[in-house]
Design a protein around this ligand. Structure first.
Ligand SMILES: NC(=O)CCC(=O)C(=O)O
Length: 262
């Protein structure tokens, strides 16, 4: 599975410009003929404008669905369209959308762990479900940014059997080390590929880290970005998953009866 991670520098609180820029970058990424293209977290507005948030947000994903359904089918590529701030039933969610090559929206996920240090929980509603989907027959999962700090969430998804975990984020430079260590650890402990797409540039007063990357199930860096806007295209050899799960089979050896998760 060949993946193109778009490490996008978005313009704060400017959805029209961000939609235009995202489309331009998707078209650029498609020239390398990847199987999947990804975008970061809340790329429509940045993370996150506190003034006029509802007005700036997508309305039940309508604009995302129109744009990426069209692009996915036209370019014949799966698109993990990152997340957007999104109004649904009068509430604002941080919602990720995934489209297959036919342009069908195959997954929607509302961020479950809202980043309280930034007050995200005061503006957004938390989601109440995990997500698992298939792209070209490959089982995948998806989480959003702060979610990566909660290994219980990721294990809940990975025990259902996934080969690739997509992480979409707007993670700050201040904690770049956590961004890298947590994604690498999630790949090792869950024995899956982790394709983590961050943003770069500034969102309000926050400088985003960049350093989007793909880790294999051994925790090896398959490919990685620096701090600036770029598209990383790299191949994930999914055949290595079988090997690691048969040599160190943590799914067989785990002791769920012992774990207190509440
Ligand atoms: N957008 C976020 O969820 C930020 C998370 C973060 O900065 C952290 O966990 O640290």
């Amino acid at each position: 599975m060949k993946v193109s991670l778009i490490q996008m520098d978005m313009k704060f609180a400017s959805p029209d410009e961000n939609f235009a820029h995202a489309e331009e970058l998707i078209r650029q990424a498609a020239q390398s003929h990847p199987d999947v293209i990804t975008l970061p977290e809340t790329w429509n507005v940045g993370f996150f404008p506190k003034e006029n948030l509802a007005e700036l947000s997508d309305k039940d994903g309508a604009r995302v669905k129109e744009t990426f359904s069209r692009l996915a089918s036209e370019l014949n590529v799966n698109i993990v369209a990152g997340s957007v701030s999104n109004v649904r039933d009068g509430k604002i969610y941080n919602t990720a959308f995934v489209f297959d090559r036919k342009g069908t929206c195959v997954a929607e996920y509302d961020k479950t762990h809202l980043f309280s240090p930034s007050g995200e929980h005061e503006y957004f509603q938390s989601g109440d479900h995990t997500v698992r989907f298939e792209l070209d027959g490959v089982p995948c999962g998806l989480i959003i940014c702060y979610d990566v700090r909660f290994p219980e969430l990721i294990r809940t998804i990975t025990v259902q059997g996934i080969d690739v975990l997509f992480v979409v984020a707007q993670w700050p430079s201040l904690r770049r080390f956590h961004w890298q260590a947590l994604n690498q650890a999630r790949a090792i402990e869950n024995q899956c590929f982790v394709a983590c797409t961050n943003s770069c540039g500034t969102a309000g007063e926050t400088k985003n880290a960049g350093y989007s990357a793909v880790y294999d199930p051994w925790g090896e860096l398959v490919g990685g970005c620096g701090p600036n806007e770029m598209i990383l295209t790299t191949d994930m050899d999914l055949n290595i998953i079988k090997g690691i799960r048969s040599s160190i089979n943590v799914y067989r050896d785990r002791q769920p009866g012992l774990y207190q998760v509440n």
